[in-house]
Structures are given as structure tokens and as C-alpha cells.
Ligand binder design. Sequence first.
Ligand code: GLU
Length: 317
Amino acid sequence: MAGTLRYYPAMPKIDQAMQRYRGRFAPSPSGPLHFGSLVAAVGSYLDARASGGEWLLRMEDVDEPRSVPGAADAILRTLERLGFAWDGEVVHQSRRKSLYLAAFERLRIAGAVFACACTRREVADSALGSDGVPRYPGTCRNGLPQGREARAWRLKVEPGEVCFEDALQGRLCQDLAAEVGDFIVLRADGYFAYQLAVVADDAEQGISHVVRGADLIDSTPRQICLQRHLGLGQPAYLHLPAAVNAAGEKLSKQTRAKPIDDGRPQTALTAVLTFLGQQPPADLPDAGLDELWRWAITNWKRGSLPRCRSAEAPTAY
Ligand code: GLU
């Protein structure tokens, strides 16, 4: 995770307070639900329900080559068994390409994007950006080099800081040009990039509050930059601590995070509540699921959330 975002004290949010709350959980179906993704599910759900808001589910399978067949259904089944109740139909990014194409076309017509011929290898030698990915050196910014063909499309990033107020982590600023560089919105393999899809989806679905893991906090300035180019409103953001293992690695399929055991929903949910600083009573794992959720919604306290970017996940749940 990046270390170059600058921190300022948190400021009260006023503009979003008037808006109706609509939150979402947007898992990528690259494997079964694990403790880390359950933290984002529970945090976004409780924050929405405690505000009397809606909670939508979106399958983020825009990166189709990385989606695992059957994973989306398995995630939905686990969420159901854990007692989550979502509003409306589940949407799938793989079925919403026309939405992303429309957003891309608006950027293209406005001259905000450019075609890029560079291969991954050609960019690999550049200095690393704040997310550990090589920063694009601007090779094709002013036109494709002679004899080269367009592969991907990138957003032309302007110098200057993009700042936002995170409800938990405080004020964050990132100089996209210096720290990230012109970033990809349409990939060389023809798939739209997560950054563009998530912005188009959040706007189209009327999402007012984005509650997700802090492993995505470095993406937020890119998303805000896209929202500004597309003339879209900015949701309120709250980035929860990301769950890491004892080695400090983010829980994921790659780090072999174990799947949530949906045969023991109360145990898993209570472990997440504890991780989120909510201090569940000792007998909550023995409560019925309805009772557990009632307790969790009634007692949800943003003020008790650990104000850090990552925290170690428990080993038993
Ligand atoms: N699909 C992303 C993930 O599973 C989450 C995206 C988001 O919440 O904005 O990491």
C-alpha cells in the first residue's frame, strides 16, 4: 500500500448529510468470500442500514479473464446464508459494457484520453508510482510514435493534487501526475479498466456512500478525477482497515485466505464486528442471526472503527 498520501485532520462532512443514503458492496468474483471481503460487506451494510439507507450488490467481473466461473454464485450464496438482505437486483459488470463505452466515448470526445502503443514491458522500467505500479512516462501522450498501433487508452492526468475527505481516514491528497501518471481506462485486451467501470457504476446506481477496504484508498483520487471529467457527483468515502495476515499481506486468493465458513455465520460475523471495533457482547455468537444483525445495526458506531489502513485478521472465525 502507498505511503505517499498526505494526511490532514478529518473535517465534518456537510454536503452529503442531506442526501439519501445508498451504499453498495462490490466484490470481484475471483474466488470465495474471505475475511477481508466480509469486512467490506459488513461495514458497508451496517453503515447503510444504521442510516436507514439502501444497500446494493454489484458483481465486479469487468476483468473477465480474472473472474472464476461459479465464484459470483458462491459469494451470493454465502452472503445469503450470513443473513445479508440487499436491495434490488444484483448487477454484473460483464453485462454493463454499454455504460462503460458511453463514459469512455464522452472522455474521448472531450480529448481527455489518448491511445497508447506501449507494452507492459516498455513501461516496466519507469519509476514506480505510489501504488507500486510503474508510472507511465508519457510516451504516447502527444500522439502515437511512428509505425506503432494503439493498444490501450489512458486518461491524460493534469498536475495538481486531488483531495478528498475520508470519513474515517481523514483528508487525503494525491498528486496523480507525480504519483500515478496517465492511467489506463480501456485495456489492451479490450476490457474496460476497473477505475472507469466503478465510477460509471457508482454514478448510474446513484451510490451516495462508498464504504470499502483501505486497500482501495489509493484508487480514490483516480476515481474522483474521472468523476470530474465526466461531470458526475462525488460519493462520500469511508475506507475501512484492510484485513492482513500475520505477514502483513492483504488477505486475498493469492495469499491463500481461507473461505468464510457459512455453516457458522454468527462466528464469522462476530469476528468481523470485533475487527471493526464494535465490541459485540460475549454471547452474540450464540444469538440467532436476526438478533445478531439487530444488535449490530442498532449498535453500529463509526466512532469505534479503528482509524488505520490495515489490521491483522483473527486466525479463528
Ligand atoms: N471489486 C473491488 C474488490 O473486490 C471493490 C471495488 C470497490 O469497492 O470500489 O476489491
